[in-house]
Ligand binder design. Sequence first.
Ligand SMILES: Cc1cc2nc3c(=O)[nH]c(=O)nc-3n(C[C@H](O)[C@H](O)[C@H](O)COP(=O)(O)OP(=O)(O)OC[C@H]3O[C@@H](n4cnc5c(N)ncnc54)[C@H](O)[C@@H]3O)c2cc1C
Length: 417
Amino acid sequence: MTGTGPRPRCVVVGAGTVGSACAWYLQRRGARVTLIDSELPGQSTSYGNAGCISKTSVFPFSVPGVIRKVPSWLLDPTGPLRIRWAQLPRVAPWLYRFWRAGSARRVRQIVAAQASLMEPVLRDFDDILQGTGSEFLREARGAILLYESEKAFAAEAWKFRERERLGLEWRRLAPEELRKMEPAVRLNGGVALHETLWQHVTDPAGLTRRFADDAVQRGAKWLQDRVTGVTAQASGVRVSTQSGRSIGAELLVLATGVWSNRLLGQLGYRVPLAAKRGYHVMYAQPTVELKYPVMSASRHVLLIPMRHGLRVAGTAEFAAIDAPPDYARARALVESARHFMPELGGTGISQWMGQRPMTPDSLPVLGALPRHPKVLCAFGHGHYGLTQGPTTGRIISRLAFGEDPVIDLSPFAVTRF
Ligand SMILES: Cc1cc2nc3c(=O)[nH]c(=O)nc-3n(C[C@H](O)[C@H](O)[C@H](O)COP(=O)(O)OP(=O)(O)OC[C@H]3O[C@@H](n4cnc5c(N)ncnc54)[C@H](O)[C@@H]3O)c2cc1C
């Protein structure tokens, strides 16, 4: 699969799942790659996510009626949403765009675009897991989804009809079936589904590290440094770093997650990107064993069996990028999960916070900058950066070699805002 043309020199900034996958695909195609991050690979948002490869997650977070639920979410201390009030003036324009993205017509367009990007994710995972010898880090059992009542499920039934139309599988579980699959889960009169197409990664940070390490073994250069400056001309790009390096290349890939506006701004662009924080609690020795990821759609909490213990993940908190974490949000996740798993607990507890790079329409930003065609965007994956990392890497490598990206990238353009 090596490119036949010249081998472009590419700088990839950001070694999260997205940037590491870009580096891996570019290197395998024969590009000359330098991967730069101020942290080690996979130590930022890609470190502690829920690990789900959720191919059927094609719906945006802004859908008709969602705004009406916001006040009750904000008033509930264990609820799924929090806005730090000092942040409201900065978040308000983003929330306005979020609300605008939730019209029935926009939602249909967003679902179609997201489905086109989700369609190849399992194939691309097969490819990169095989190529990096990482298959042992993936489970392909699907996931269990819970609704707290028939009414709550009925309110979202349209999503499942739409999923069926797109050929995305799921099935309803009888209570005794759920008991057999996951004895620790209490249904309490609610509804359980099996999302059969979901897979999960048991160590997202370790997997990201493997993508980056394998790219380096294939010849990519790794540089731990902060990129402080970017310039781009028709002929190529140049980045400068905190330690005083200046690196020229033909192509620059911006895979800088929630921090992307800092470098984009130097080129005269700005994207409405919110830091939508999530948290996790890990039990190295949990009191309950799980076989499947279990997600409460009503409570927005996920429990995931990981290589190093049981992870409870979720929540949405809007705060400034540099604000300190509020681990009360992590504790609230556990409290919320105990509604459907009362025995949840354990020892060897650790907590973590990560910042999802979130656009108002829930779609990532992919492709070249209009006035700087040598700069390729690969950020803004929000809740699905693990799921879409390998596919993004493949698409970016095709663009780098002047090939058709296979899917229509116009819904993902930086200019759409
Ligand atoms: C609680 C939680 C649960 C989640 N669960 C899932 C899930 O189940 N499935 C899923 O698909 N997604 C999930 N996500 C989302 C997923 O984690 C993110 O979408 C993904 O990690 C984003 O990857 P990234 O590579 O874009 O960003 P990051 O991992 O944040 O990487 C960006 C990197 O860029 C570097 N960087 C930025 N600026 C510079 C600079 N100037 N110089 C050098 N380096 C720079 C940063 O140091 C960072 O390492 C979850 C997120 C959270 C918070």
